[in-house]
Design a protein around this ligand. Sequence first.
Ligand SMILES: O=C(O)CCC(=O)C(=O)O
Length: 293
Amino acid sequence: MLQKYKHGILHICIIILYAINVKIQFKFITSCVTTFCHDILFIRTGFVIVSITFYRYLRYNFEMDNIDLKDNKLTLVDDAAYYIPNFITEEQETYIMDKVNSAPKPKWCQLKNRRLQNWGGIPHAKGLIPETIPDWLKGFVDRVESLQVFPRTNRPNHVLINEYLSGQGIMPHLDGSLFFPTISTINCGSHTVLNFYKPLKTDIEVVSSEKVYSLLLERRSLLILKDKMYTEYMHGIEEITNDIIDDKISNITYCGSNIQNGIPLTRNKRISLTIRNVPRVSKFNLNSLVIKK
Ligand SMILES: O=C(O)CCC(=O)C(=O)O
């Protein structure tokens, strides 16, 4: 019931806080002029700051909960891809990057051209060996889940964190049948360009053929790939340090106003959070292993 009226309640709270703020700020200015009573000024300033912060928090949650995925569905690519710019705030981006950077060394897995961390467990051919997702990360997983891109039976239970230095990338690949065919990726620290290729099946392996789409993933954005975009197209990131934005970028009209045809973008260190569901979960649990130790 409360859930049903959540948006209404938030709206009323925002209006009340706004009204209180206007009134208090008016009184505050008057009292500045008429009195030098520092105690009262101090209390009023505190109240204004607290209520503005709360107001911004409510507005932020209100706007986030109101994301309508239909508006973010990319029309120039096959079904289905959704691109949501500014899915997280600058503060949240810094928070994520600090958490990722301060993870203990054994949490990192160093590959030839990038580093990664597994959260939620270790995906294995026989299923996920699960582990509880820590609270700092769970909040972001819940936000993605609230967009209802995953069915209730396949809630996101795994987060792969990739760290790419400028010039690093990932070979074209398919994520395969280990995962439920929906990928959601939060981008932090730098933009990148994610390319999509038609797979070519040879007798020995599946290789990528021509590039069909490119998507610009801006900092703080969320990308969701489903259905054919998951199953039929390989995705990869070229190992380059600069990108030239041109009309081959299929989501350019969904990006920020600073993104225009012809501009060069320099890549910095990028951290991506790939939030997925592993349908098969092993009974063996990494948490119990740690406790037994
Ligand atoms: O970093 C990304 O956006 C892509 C990651 C990816 O494709 C993968 O880890 O399989």
